[in-house]
Design a protein around this ligand. Structure first.
Ligand SMILES: [Zn+2]
Length: 282
């Protein structure tokens, strides 16, 4: 049996939780009603024993004013646990030419395997043509982009949502990117509440669009999403947790309860992810 591959993992160490999230951490603990403890690197690695995981850098400096989880830091952690963690880079799209140069460096020099964007935190609309040179660069590098879709816990419950706008995370803005860059693979993270049907339509329409199932405990998946997992999305959906907000053991336990054929379950747990990452022969 192959090893499940969690496509969506944030560091549970202080670099992300206290550094990049900073003041949002208390608000997220309150919103998710979770303690979200700060872990050491070793504790984080232990949480993924027997699994593989895409570990995400984070640079939303322009949008949040908070320091990044750097690509160098993520690449270093992944070198320590090469069988467990797969590095995904982050660049702040508002950094323009510097973002493009950093994207190239992250893949060519640090060996990173893809990019993560959180449009609400980064305060940008991916369909805005000012960002097209970045998508062109990443398409040329031949690695996938992971984008947040659907509402976000960031700023939830604060006056004005902490200044965070939900329009940025509508799936339809990614449809335009997928159409303009058919060679760029887009993975859209999370059940896309309240635009789930819009997301399913896009994933079924565009061969280069995938979805990850992170950020929601599987027992709360909307019925239209569950129905699609054994239909159009069986070759498009990827296991993902959004750790440390959801623990991988809990996600896997609840996913077992969803009725799926074994071959479909295997595709979602690792087959589709291996194809997206180009891990042939794994
Ligand atoms: Zn996330």
């Amino acid at each position: 049996m192959a090893t499940p591959l969690d496509f969506h993992v944030h560091p549970s160490t202080s670099e992300y939780l206290e550094g990049s999230l900073g003041p949002y951490l208390e608000q997220l603990r309150h919103h998710f009603r979770l303690p979200i403890p700060i872990r050491t690197l070793e504790e984080m690695a232990a949480d993924f024993e027997g699994l593989r995981a895409v570990l995400l850098a984070w640079d939303a400096e322009t949008g949040t004013g908070r320091p990044p989880v750097t690509n160098d830091w993520v690449a270093d952690v992944c070198r320590r646990w090469p069988d467990r963690f797969i590095p995904f880079a982050s660049v702040d799209p508002w950094k323009g030419e510097r973002a493009i140069a950093e994207a190239r460096r992250a893949v060519r020099e640090l060996g990173m395997r893809g990019f993560k964007f959180q449009q609400a935190a980064m305060a940008f609309r991916p369909s805005d043509e000012r960002f097209f040179p970045l998508w062109e660069e990443i398409a040329g590098l031949g690695v996938p982009c992971l984008f947040h879709v659907g509402t976000t816990g960031l700023g939830a419950g604060l006056p004005g949502g902490g200044g965070i706008q939900l329009d940025y995370v509508r799936p339809i803005h990614l449809d335009a990117v997928a159409a303009a860059f058919p060679n760029l693979t887009l993975v859209c993270a999370h059940p896309a509440y309240p635009w789930q049907q819009e997301m399913i339509a896009i994933a079924n329409h565009k061969a280069n669009v995938y979805v990850d199932l992170s950020g929601w405990a599987p027992r709360y998946f909307p019925p239209e999403l569950v129905r699609e997992l054994s239909r159009g999305l069986q070759d498009k959906a990827l296991f993902g947790t959004d750790y440390p907000f959801i623990e991988p053991r809990r996600w896997l336990r609840e996913f077992e309860q969803i009725e799926l054929r074994d071959e479909v379950r295997d595709k979602i747990l690792w087959g589709n992810a291996e194809r997206v990452l180009g891990l042939a022969g794994c």
